[in-house]
Design a protein around this ligand. Structure first.
Ligand SMILES: [Zn+2]
Ligand SMILES: [Zn+2]
Length: 54
């Protein structure tokens, strides 16, 4: 089950969730919930350590 990478909330069926490949390594699927997008919560890619708001 997918969880938000920032807050670990299960994002199944949540509106406004986005998922995208890590902009740096392109390997890891980054999943973020609407709340974390709203507050611009930081995330870290487990693959390459990339830290980003988006
Ligand atoms: Zn979140
Ligand atoms: Zn990465």
């Amino acid at each position: 089950m997918d969880t938000c990478i920032s807050c670990k909330t299960k994002i199944t069926n949540l509106r406004g969730t986005v998922s995208f490949k890590c902009p740096k390594c392109g390997k890891h699927e980054i999943v973020r919930c609407a709340q974390c997008r709203k507050i611009v919560s930081k995330y870290t890619c487990p693959e390459c350590g990339f830290i980003g708001p988006n």
